[in-house]
Design a protein around this ligand. Structure first.
Ligand code: MOS
Length: 721
């Protein structure tokens, strides 16, 4: 379809777009959190007298005087309600919130809250918690899986590769820190919130504060990046409304950058073991993939890292398993490309190791194990064009010229390496509804509760509505991010284009049918008969009708809902990623010099915004491979780098020209849109492709990401500190 620049681009670059903290409310008070400085124990002493007397202080809320909260429901995965008891479960847990008339005064008063702790021993590192690892009873997907006989498959294999890989704890690092403005007025609570799910927030706030749904409205017009950290509901989203109710007005609570490391989840570190058995010709006889990730001591977050091994390669025997190890940090949470992202680091590194054991080209090895059907579920894929991705990616990269031997591509003082990996991401969808209406001047309004988190949702929905209505996109306005609009799911799991897009298409088609029927004065005229032409409707077999004559002064609209079907297919996105690294032989500094990704995701509605998603994701992959990690200090139980100076994300100088493209495809199972969703796919496969390229450059296999210069200098293949 058509490449279009963002419909909200002007609003964003001129500052007209309002993010949660940008909203100006009358008599707005400011809240500042006081958070625990120890990872475990209880509050020994808490003295708020000075804070309460500080200039401008309106309220100091602690566990002693906080309103009692009720359980906040399924989207409050954290489970522990804020300011309800004196226990400390993680460093950064709120112990008080101070509200004052001005932000500076709130900060001043917060500094006057005196807290001492009775500390308890705390385990904060995944490795230290392994002896306490446990298996969850149930999760969204089965926790274990088994098809065929893995032991027999390994027995009959000519080659067995068994390796353990680690991925680091990482933080989302959105440009917009989480923020909640809560206004309590006339018994009605309005929240302006940085969230990927306005309905989740409403439901959690209603449950926690015992309010009916019609007394709470949540608005998220624009969100400055979510990546998962704004998906579920976190303590500050309950604290802000609690504070607003306490002072009887409007309160603004913005997390500091440091608080974004502890006030919502992070991506947990994983430790994964992959066992591959293969015949001499490369065909897999067995796959076993097990993973353990850190979770908190009080609630569970499972990173389903082994899920990728259930569907990626054809193999008669596949086993997967997942364990959790409890640590005293805030609860981890999904982060862009959850599960498959860390999981493919292990599977695709192991495949590369197998390729070297067998002396088979890494692309060829993957083709010999190409899965035509989902090998675990035994179902066909909804659509899969991965073969074309391998071929096109190899062609664009020039893979045919690659020498198999590591260390063969030296260029001056640079060790050069070429590596590749597959990419895959489970596809998610959620029930969604939308309303499309038109006024007498031919202006179209599309409304859905769903959020724009920076991915281009407004633009894509605008295009889909215009296409379905038969009108130019310039006529269409999109309203999103409000619980008073038709309900949708959260903006997560790359689900929005398929889910909300389908609802918008259905509503637009239904409106077109309605207009055609009105023009022809007969029921259910085919939508295709009608076409919008400015402020008039053109219908085959009828005169051109001005809309004002047809519909009068009031807009006419149609609403529609879409739900994922339970069709018997397995739905995943796929891709092939090729990386070139250059490593200064003296400094051991790895740099990515070329990156090619070719993807299979069904129909691409807007090639421009889609490419932006892919190069954004690929940049995340560079971070995963080389830069991003959040180590925890064992003595203090704190994340060490609680700022963007110490937590390294790729900057322009780290990112070469990125070559991202899609194969032409339409997935008839992917809603009425035909596209499977891409927001996370780009962040998969890049990490292992780069790690494999590092091996190809150096002959040293690094099994822990990120690959830091010191790891390479040490050359022991262990990425841990
Ligand atoms: Mo995403 S990690 O499902 O917001």
């Amino acid at each position: 379809m058509t490449a279009r620049t963002r419909v909200d681009g002007w609003a964003k670059v001129t500052g007209a777009a309002r993010y949660a903290a940008d909203h100006r409310l009358d008599n707005l008070a400011h809240a500042v959190l006081v958070t625990s400085t120890v990872p475990a124990g209880r509050i020994a002493e808490l003295d708020v007298t000075e804070a309460e007397r500080a200039p401008g202080a309106l309220a100091v809320i602690t566990h002693r005087n906080a309103p009692r909260l009720s359980p906040a429901g399924d989207f409050y995965v954290q489970t522990v309600l804020p300011l309800q008891d004196d226990l400390i479960r993680y460093e950064g847990e709120p112990v008080a919130v101070v509200v004052a008339d001005r932000l500076e005064r709130a900060g001043e008063a917060a500094a006057l809250v005196r807290v001492t702790y009775e500390t308890a021993p705390a385990t904060v590192e995944l490795d230290d918690a392994l002896p306490d690892a446990y298996r969850l009873g149930a999760y969204f997907e089965p926790i274990t899986s088994s098809v065929g006989d893995v032991a027999a498959g390994l027995e009959r294999a000519d080659v067995v590769v068994e390796r353990t890989y680690t991925t680091a704890a990482r933080h989302h690092s959105t440009m917009e820190p989480s923020a909640t403005l809560a206004e309590w007025r006339d018994g009605m609570l309005t929240l302006y919130d940085a969230t990927q799910g306005v309905f989740n927030v409403r439901d959690a706030v209603c449950a926690a504060l015992d309010l009916p749904a019609d007394r709470v409205r949540v608005i998220a017009e624009y969100v400055g990046g979510g990546f998962g950290c704004k998906g579920f509901v976190w303590p500050h989203q309950l604290i802000a409304p609690m504070a607003a109710r306490t002072v009887g007005g409007a309160v603004k609570l913005v997390l500091t950058r440091a608080q974004t490391f502890t006030s919502h989840g992070y991506q947990p570190p994983t430790r994964q073991t992959v066992t591959l058995g293969a015949a001499r010709d490369g065909r897999l006889t067995a796959i076993r993939h097990t993973s353990v990730n850190s979770t908190s001591t009080y609630a569970d977050h499972l990173e389903m890292a082994a899920i990728c091994s259930r569907a990626m390669y054809a193999c008669p025997a596949i086993e997967t398993d997942h364990l959790l190890a409890p640590v005293s940090t805030v609860l981890p949470t999904p982060m862009r490309a959850p599960s498959d992202g860390p999981g493919m680091v292990a599977l695709e590194s192991a495949m590369d190791e197998l390729a070297y054991e067998l002396d088979i080209d890494p692309v060829e090895l993957r083709l010999r194990n190409y899965a035509e059907r989902d090998p675990t579920k035994g179902r066909p894929f909804s659509s899969k064009a991965l073969r074309a991705c391998y071929a096109e990616g190899a062609r664009r990269f020039g893979w045919a010229d690659r020498p198999m031997r590591p260390g063969a591509l030296r260029d001056g003082n640079d060790l050069v390496g070429w590596g590749m990996a597959s990419a895959t991401m489970a596809t998610f969808a959620a029930p969604a509804s939308a309303r499309v209406s038109i006024d007498a001047d031919g202006r179209v309004l599309v409304e859905a509760g769903s959020q724009e988190i920076g991915t281009g949702t407004r633009t894509v929905l605008c295009q889909l509505a215009a296409e379905a209505l038969g009108c130019p996109p310039e006529r269409v306005t999109i309203r999103l991010g409000d619980t008073t609009l038709p309900p949708t799911g959260m903006t997560a799991g790359s689900s929005t284009t398929m889910s909300v897009g389908s609802a918008v298409q259905l509503a637009a088609r239904s409106l077109r049918t309605k207009l055609a029927s009105m023009a022809l004065a007969e029921g259910d005229a085919p939508a295709e008969l009608a076409r919008l032409d400015g402020d008039a409707l053109v219908v085959e077999g009828a005169p051109r009708t001005p809309l004002r004559e047809l519909i009068g002064d009031d807009p006419v609209g149609a609403e529609a809902s879409w739900s994922p079907s339970t069709a018997d297919v397995s739905m995943h996105t796929f891709g092939a990623v090729f990386a070139e690294v250059r490593i200064d032989a003296d400094l051991c500094l790895p740099r990515v010099s070329r990156l090619v990704g070719v993807y299979s995701a069904g129909r691409i509605v807007n090639p421009l915004t889609a490419r932006s998603q892919m190069i954004g994701g690929m940049t995340w992959g560079i971070g995963q491979a080389l830069l991003e990690r959040s180590p925890v200090d064992r003595r203090l139980g704190r994340f060490v780098n609680k700022n963007l100076a110490g937590y390294l994300v790729p900057v322009n100088a780290d990112v070469p020209e990125l070559d991202a493209s899609f194969v032409d495809e339409h997935d008839e199972h992917a809603g009425t849109v035909g596209g499977r969703g891409i927001g996370e796919l780009g962040a998969v496969g890049v990490g292992p492709a780069i790690a494999n390229a590092v091996f190809h450059a150096t002959g040293t296999r690094i099994r822990g990401l990120p690959i830091a210069p010191e790891t390479l200098l040490r050359g022991d293949g262990d990425g841990r500190d």
